[in-house]
Design a binder for this molecule. Structure first.
Ligand SMILES: [Zn+2]
Length: 461
């Protein structure tokens, strides 16, 4: 008899009660970006504290200059890992309200196709439904065994949907209290309805604006053309130089710190069946524009990029003007992977431009943020345990996926608490988070609870 099975049975038996609790939380209009709902945000935090206390957590509402945090602690057996669980109780605004089929704050269970039930309402998926999967797993474990299998700290934020202004100062001020062996972040999705996913990599970002100047004023192209330097021409040539004919970035040192993805990981991505056709077809494209010989998933998950996001110079209004502009500018961004250093990338880009600058021209650079990539080590024992636990619960084995974009919380945990994060969530791509008619599949909510029980159990072994 394992410790796990009775917990799973209890979760099955108590699904209705767990739904009632989620509905209570979903009814609270905790829209963080609109000051009119400040009291509701506090109410959601207080609701969570009361619920966590009822399980036996030492929980409290913690004030910040914005909406409060919820912090809760529960001890665990000696030798078991200490995990920090993160979720957010705030939600996105609901407008346009007329596009909702149901009241966004009157959650309900709805059958959308035979055998498929969903929980409707704002926050059902992002992120109240998700965070409650973990709380329910803890509740069932505690009720069954009188204890929890791991030492657990919980952090619920109330400003995730409005830029998390209080998060960094809070992590900094409470680093000692919040530091754990690693974090579990539940704000992401499955690969598909049958395949659970752990996100193991997030690309970093460097933003840079480059301005090239030549003459001290705009010039008539008949009078000066041929003799005067043209900043648009110079900028275009330099930008074109950044990629070779194979879409490889030519900036010296750009690939320092980039590692090849292990072949078994590449194979598992291949098995997901995403092709150039399925990935690019829906946006009206067909041929991957990145480095040759790499799959679309590898290109967006595991390779760095240099992209031009905007370019400006000269006369761009209606009609025509024969002008040689005094300056031209471009906004350039780099998505980073693995151990690429944002500062070195920025410096290498600037040198690349300066090295190509002709006589009489000058250049200015304006930095626009920089953050390194996050890459979980593929051989982390926590990752393997969580992956196996998820594979036991769902019809198909868990896959380790990556994200082309960024989730700031993961970098913040790394920087302020020196902690890696496992991103596990049960959202689906049709959950319509941030949009009207948000929903969360009942199977996500139910099997999500069971998945956390399995993961907690696996982490102790
Ligand atoms: Zn979220």
């Amino acid at each position: 008899m394992t410790a796990l099975n009775p917990v799973l049975d209890r979760l099955d038996k108590n699904l209705d009660q767990s739904l009632d609790r989620l509905f209570d939380l979903l009814k609270i209009k905790s829209i963080s970006t609109d000051p009119a709902f400040s009291a509701d945000c506090r109410k959601a935090a207080e609701w969570l504290v009361a619920d966590l206390k009822s399980i036996g957590f030492d929980a409290s509402v913690r004030d910040t200059p914005g909406h409060p945090m919820v912090v809760a602690h529960h001890d665990g057996p000696a030798g078991a890992p200490h995990v920090l669980f993160y979720g957010h109780y705030d939600v996105q605004p609901v407008d346009p309200l007329n596009l909702w089929h149901d009241d966004p704050f009157a959650p309900a269970l709805k059958e959308i196709e035979p055998g498929r039930k969903v929980i409707t309402g704002r926050g059902s998926s992002d992120d109240k439904g998700q965070l409650m999967t973990f709380v329910e797993a803890c509740r069932a474990w505690k009720a069954e065994h009188g204890s929890l299998p791991c030492r657990i700290t919980i952090l619920f934020e109330g400003e995730e949907e409005s830029g998390s202004p209080s998060l960094k100062p809070f992590l900094d001020a409470n680093a000692k209290e919040l530091k754990a062996d690693f974090a579990l972040v539940c704000d992401t999705g499955m690969w598909d309805r049958e395949t659970p996913a752990i996100s193991t990599a997030l690309r970093g970002l460097v933003g840079e604006e480059v301005v090239i100047k030549a003459a001290d004023r705009d010039l008539h192209s008949g009078e000066f053309g041929g003799a005067a330097a043209n900043p648009i021409r110079i900028l275009a040539r330099i930008l074109a130089d950044i990629h070779d004919e194979n879409s490889h970035v030519t900036i010296p040192g750009f690939y320092d710190g980039v590692e090849e993805t292990p072949s078994q990981v590449l194979k598992s991505w291949e098995a997901l069946g995403e092709t150039a056709e399925t990935f690019l077809g829906p946006i009206g494209l067909s041929v991957p524009s990145g480095e040759k010989g790499r799959s679309v998933l590898e290109l967006v998950w595991a390779r760095p990029t240099a992209e031009f996001n905007g370019i400006n110079g000269g006369y761009t209004g209606k009609g025509f003007k024969t002008v040689i502009a005094a300056e031209a500018s471009a906004k350039v961004s780099f998505r980073l992977v693995h151990k690429q250093d944002p500062n070195k990338i920025r410096a290498a880009f600037r040198k690349f431009v300066e090295d190509r600058l002709p006589a009489d021209c000058s250049v200015e650079f304006h930095p626009h943020g920089g953050s390194p990539a996050i890459q979980l080590s593929y051989d982390s024992p926590f990752l393997t345990k969580a992956k196996n636990a998820l594979s036991d619960e769902w019809p198909k084995p868990a896959v380790m996926i990556a994200m082309g974009g960024s989730i700031p919380i993961v970098g913040d945990f790394q920087n302020f608490l020196g902690m890696e994060s496992l991103l596990v969530g049960y959202g689906l791509s049709d959950d319509r988070i941030h949009s009207p008619n948000e929903k969360y599949d009942l199977s996500s909510f139910h099997k999500g609870q069971r998945s956390w029980a399995r993961i907690l159990d696996a982490l102790t072994r």
